[in-house]
Write a protein that binds this ligand. Structure first.
Ligand code: NAD
Length: 396
């Protein structure tokens, strides 16, 4: 079929298998060009199909020749209905990994559930024995709790008071004001239940109890801090409360891993266009201004550059450069004082009329389409493609 983008707000209902495969190829090429990293050899990535998780899986496999198991939650294709991008990405990743002689298997299902944890434990036992790195990179708006069976929804709201600021519709470039009401009822607890650290701890407990963690194991979860302008809705908002909880769990997990000399870390990453971040109000405007400045300064990075640097210059470099709260920081370039000062100035003057000049709206929009395999250089979108691509290790 010929597949075209069909967008609805911040989501795209279609994805292009060839474009997704090309994105994966490009990331593999980048990691390969940077040379080998003396990293983990048996790696589990939870949330492995898009964004930072996919970049982590690619960096482990092609940077350190690691065997990888990936867990994700994506929709396979059906006739005339393309799969979700994570499914195509995983198919392309596995195909490339197998071609390179690397072990790669994937599990498509709800990582919050006991069943998927059990499946992963069994797969590790059967194929790898133990793992020495676990990347936790889930981003989800909902979680069904495995104990109570209750379904929780996360919300993106400020805490305490109403938040009013600028935002942009990145499809039209229209800058407008948006007002978000503060969290009410159980909004904060619910968001912490979905995006906090409880599930990360449950994963690590399940893996440790099953004795599938190697001595000296490392686990890393991803967090975000961001600038002053997004603080009320991000770091000081409901999602920030969840990130506080996630960051605190790193210490609880490290404590539990003491007997096997393991460590849990949080890495604070840069703001990037992913399916998760495009859903957060105000962030697209911030990212388009930030991209413009970081590109001008020559310090712009995508997910793959971020994770390659995380592994090669922090995690496996012997110097984690932890901040005062014990976190790894690869958002250091984003948070540079001169860069943030310029964002603040541009933010104040941003309007519909000048945004395409003072911000990188085009870069934002291209990145958004790229997430779904569209607007990828070198791909012929007029060509008929087979939408029924399958992931080699997943047989229906
Ligand atoms: P993403 O949407 O690109 O990826 C999320 C992954 O989680 C996908 O592989 C998806 O399949 C998987 N997933 C979601 N629900 C699942 C479930 N129930 N079971 C199994 N898999 C599931 O998101 P991302 O932006 O790469 O975010 C990953 C992490 O990085 C998040 O913790 C996010 O807060 C953090 N982070 C993101 C940014 C950013 O700007 N995007 C910046 C810093 C940190």
């Amino acid at each position: 079929m010929i597949i075209e983008p069909r967008t609805r707000g911040f989501i795209c209902l279609t994805a292009h298998p060839v474009g997704c495969a090309q994105n994966v190829e490009n990331q593999i090429e980048y990691v390969t060009s940077k040379g080998k990293i003396d990293g983990a050899k048996k790696v589990l990535v939870i949330g492995s199909s898009t964004g930072f998780g996919l970049a982590s899986r690619i960096t482990s496999a092609f940077g350190s020749d690691a065997a990888t198991i990936g867990v994700f939650f994506d929709k396979p294709a059906s006739p005339n209905r393309p799969a979700s991008p994570g499914f195509y990405n995983t198919a392309a990743f596995e195909t490339a990994a197998h071609k390179a002689g690397l072990y790669a298997k994937s599990i498509n299902g709800d990582a919050f559930s006991n069943e998927i944890k059990e499946q992963v434990v069994n797969l590790i036992k059967q194929d790898l024995g133990q793992v020495d790195l676990i990347i936790y990179s889930l981003a989800s708006p909902v979680r069904t709790h495995p104990v109570s069976g209750k379904r929780f929804k996360s919300v993106l709201k400020p805490i305490g008071e109403n938040f009013t600021n600028k935002t942009v519709d990145f499809h039209t470039g229209k800058v407008s004001e948006i007002s978000i009401n503060p969290a009410e009822g159980a909004d904060i607890e619910n968001t912490v239940t979905v995006m906090g650290g409880e599930d990360w701890k449950m994963w690590m407990d399940a893996l440790q109890e099953a004795n599938v963690l190697a001595e000296g194991v490392k686990t890393v979860a991803y967090s975000y801090i961001g600038p002053e302008v997004t603080k009320p809705v991000y770091r000081n908002g409901t999602i920030g409360a969840a990130k506080d909880d996630l960051e605190a769990k790193a210490f609880t997990i490290t404590e539990a891993l003491k007997t096997i000399k393991g460590n849990a870390y949080v890495s604070v990453n840069k703001a990037l266009v992913t399916q998760a971040s495009s859903a957060i109000p105000v962030i697209p405007l911030y990212i388009s201004l930030l991209y413009k400045i970081m590109k001008e300064e020559g310090v712009h990075e995508g997910c793959i550059e971020q994770i390659q640097r995380l592994y090669s210059e922090r995690l496996y470099a012997g110097d984690l450069s932890l901040d005062e709260k014990g976190r790894i920081r690869v958002d250091d370039w984003e948070m540079r004082e001169d860069i943030q000062e310029r964002v603040v100035k541009l933010w104040a003057s941003a309007t519909t009329e000048n945004l395409s000049e003072i911000g990188d709206l085009e870069g934002y929009s291209t990145d958004f389409y790229n997430l779904f395999g569209f607007k990828v250089p070198g791909v012929d979108y007029t060509k008929d493609v087979n939408e029924m691509v399958s992931v080699p290790s997943i047989q229906d």
